[in-house]
Design a protein around this ligand. Structure first.
Ligand SMILES: Cc1cc2nc3c(=O)[nH]c(=O)nc-3n(C[C@H](O)[C@H](O)[C@H](O)COP(=O)(O)OP(=O)(O)OC[C@H]3O[C@@H](n4cnc5c(N)ncnc54)[C@H](O)[C@@H]3O)c2cc1C
Length: 338
């Protein structure tokens, strides 16, 4: 296990991979594939590791994507921003704002790389990457070629895309993403936290999102975490009715995937189950946002797994609802269950 993953996971876990390589330009890919072949194991592509939990050492090769570069183009109605996968997503948001290109302001301060963004179709404050993604450029390991997958073919949904499946994780390395940002900017302020503010300019939205996120979310450099740990659960109307008998005001929304079902707010459920600010020693949940699992310092993978399971059990006991992780879980052989 020669490759430390400590700098490449925002939980800050001291875990290792059998081998790894930081790819800074295309010419380094052959060396990466040689390593994978030589080791005869699987591989994982990582960006900043801000959406992963390693349950222990990984017996495979890790490719850390650090391809850098940004290109700007435009036509009469649209700006096109093509960013290489290793760029920090927030840097692209800040850069477009500086250039007077708007649309990404609601997505400010989401950690991670451009290459990681389409995998779970990042989203915040009513906007998702899929709203602006023109295409995702991939290195296709089946054909050996660089290909473009148009946004409409990426299977984007709530925190998901075609890139999440194990087959495609083994097939595609995302190398770049092109965003199409209409010149006719329209504010997206329908999200609750924004609609109550008087936000009329992209800068005002950007500033509000940045300051709110600083208050609500821990900085992974200070407190290891991977953002929202659980997905918002989708339940039947019968389950909702049962919960409403005790919790009349349980927040719920129509589920995009199925109008017969409803989506509950995982953070609210965890909070009501008494798990906000949970502290089991080295691991627990954040005091300002129950949905965020944190490494209080010195946590092992087991400590985080136990804290996550503790939260699952408490929510199940209180509401009869199971929470699934949003964060990708990796074990010795690759992606696995919590
Ligand atoms: C404090 C905090 C707040 C967050 N807030 C939000 C939020 O508001 N909204 C939101 O959607 N997410 C949020 N996240 C989660 C995270 O920021 C995103 O999921 C981000 O896109 C992950 O990018 P990454 O580069 O760190 O990916 P990684 O964590 O490195 O990887 C995530 C997955 O993508 C795959 N992957 C990464 N790069 C590539 C590539 N180049 N090619 C193929 N596969 C790849 C990996 O194999 C892995 O399966 C937050 C995280 C933190 C720590």
């Amino acid at each position: 296990m020669s490759f430390s993953l400590k700098p490449y996971n925002t939980f800050g876990l001291d875990v290792r991979a059998r081998d790894g390589i930081v790819v800074r330009d295309f010419a380094m890919f052959p060396a990466a594939f040689d390593k994978i072949r030589k080791n005869g194991t699987g591989f994982i592509t990582l960006g900043h590791g801000s959406d992963v939990l390693f349950k222990g050492d990984y017996d495979g090769t890790v490719i850390v994507n650090r391809l850098m570069g940004v290109e700007f183009n435009e036509d009469a109605n649209t700006y096109y921003v093509k960013a290489q996968a290793g760029e920090t997503f927030h840097d692209i948001v800040a850069l477009t704002m500086k250039k007077g290109i708007y649309g990404l302001e609601n997505l400010a301060m989401i950690p991670g790389t451009v290459g990681g963004a389409p995998v779970q179709n990042i989203g915040a404050y009513g906007v998702s990457l899929s709203d602006f993604c023109r295409y995702v450029e991939v290195l296709d390991l089946v054909t050996g070629k660089v290909d473009r997958i148009m946004g409409r073919d990426c299977g984007f949904g709530y925190r998901t895309s075609v890139f999440r499946t194990p087959e495609n994780q083994a097939r595609y390395i995302i190398t770049a993403v092109e965003l199409a940002l209409p010149k006719d900017w329209k504010p997206e302020t329908s999200y609750n936290a924004l609609s109550s503010q008087n936000l009329e300019t992209p800068e005002a939205i950007y500033d509000f999102v940045c300051s709110t996120r600083k208050i609500k979310l821990p900085d992974p450099k200070v407190l290891g975490n991977a953002g929202s740990f659980f997905r918002n659960p989708v339940v039947s109307r019968e389950t909702l009715a049962l919960i409403q008998k005790t919790f009349e005001n349980v927040p719920h929304y129509p589920a995009e995937s199925n109008p017969e079902m409803v989506k509950l707010a995982a953070g609210w459920l965890i909070d009501q189950a008494g798990c906000r600010g949970l502290n089991l020693g080295t691991a627990g949940t954040y005091r300002n946002q129950a949905l965020v699992l944190v490494n209080y310092g010195g946590a092992t993978p087991d400590d985080l797994v136990n804290a996550a399971k503790h939260v699952q059990t408490r929510v199940e006991d209180a509401f009869g609802v199971h929470l699934d992780p949003e964060v990708r879980i990796y074990g010795e052989k690759g992606e696995c269950q919590l």
